[in-house]
Write a protein that binds this ligand. Structure first.
Ligand SMILES: [Zn+2]
Length: 315
């Protein structure tokens, strides 16, 4: 069975799979990233995990994986295969594609083809091809987690932009002069509608320092007026961001994932209404939950690996 390595390196854990060409998972595994041991240890853990996955492929299918795809957080130079910067994992200008290619080289010493991808754009790619955007030509993927990130899907691929920053909807300013964002600006969408932002706002409103976005959603369902106000504040900001994207990109579908999307209809019902009431001339997008949950980025990394092979064949 032909297969590739698919690996998603997160802040705390790595998720991996051996992926068939149709996107089906032949084998899955998880490991800690081990960032408490420092950046060098993280890099060693990534290389070891990839090598073990290659061994797994050999023993299961009698042949080495044809390629590997790796998704990492932070700033990525996809073209040159360099992980430029990750605040979480501590690296700068890490030539990860080269390191992996060498480590996964066959007995003939030929490096394995490796694709390096951005975690959220990889997740968006997988949602587009295998998940909620299947069959959709143009979509916007938004991940509502600690921060907010996004990916622009066009014709089966993700538009990364000229410098690799395309899709950063979390840093669209929706409330000028609003809360200070980690990026240095004020009023960015992620300061208002990320899971962290909702957690902070709900902890302040409820007086419970342990309150989080999930408990806010439960309180919304129970009709707690303070929770409803916190929630609607975030929903309105998110709707403003989505309408801005709609005006600019005109996607047919907006796929919303990440921790906050776990709230289901508690999020999607008011969000669809808030988007709808803001539209003037724009055609309304379908606003749908992501399907692939926390495996999206690893599946997307595997798809990048397969894409790399099809490029080699057609080149
Ligand atoms: Zn920002």
């Amino acid at each position: 069975m032909k297969h590739v390595i698919a690996l998603d390196v997160g802040g705390t854990g790595m998720k991996a799979a051996l992926l068939a060409q149709d996107g089906s998972v032949l084998f899955g595994a998880r490991r800690p990233t081990g960032r408490e041991h420092g950046t060098d240890a993280v890099v060693a853990a990534i290389l070891d995990f990839a090598a073990d996955l290659a061994d797994e492929g050999r023993s299961r299918f009698g042949a080495a994986p044809l390629a590997a795809g790796v998704a990492v957080p932070g700033t990525i130079d996809e073209k040159n295969g360099v992980a430029v910067f990750s605040a979480n994992l501590g690296w700068r200008d890490l030539p990860l594609r080269g390191l992996l290619g060498e480590r996964l080289a066959g007995p003939d010493g030929v490096a394995m083809p490796v694709a390096l991808g951005h975690d959220v754009r990889s997740g968006g790619l997988a949602e587009g091809r295998l998940g909620a955007g299947r069959g959709v030509d143009r979509f916007l993927f938004i991940a509502l987690g600690t921060g907010i990130a996004g990916a622009i899907g066009i014709g089966g691929r993700i538009e990364a932009g000229a410098h690799g920053y395309g899709g950063e909807i979390g840093h669209v300013v929706v409330r000028p002069g609003g809360p200070r964002c980690g990026c240095g600006a004020r009023g960015c969408l992620e300061t208002l509608a990320s899971a962290s932002a909702v957690s902070r706002a709900w902890a302040a409103a409820s007086g419970d320092p342990d309150a989080d976005a999930a408990s806010c959603a439960v309180a919304v369902d129970a009709g707690d007026e303070r929770a409803v106000a916190v929630w609607q504040h975030a929903v309105d900001a998110l709707a403003d961001g989505i309408v801005l994207a709609q005006s600019l990109l005109d996607p047919s579908t907006v796929i919303v994932g990440g921790g906050l999307a776990e709230a289901g209809d508690t999020l999607f019902t008011p969000l669809r209404a808030a988007v709808s009431e803001r539209l003037t001339f724009q055609m309304p997008p379908e606003v749908v939950p992501a399907m692939l949950k926390d495996t999206a980025a690893s599946l997307g990394a595997g798809l990048l690996a397969w894409d790399l092979l099809s490029l080699e064949v057609t080149a």
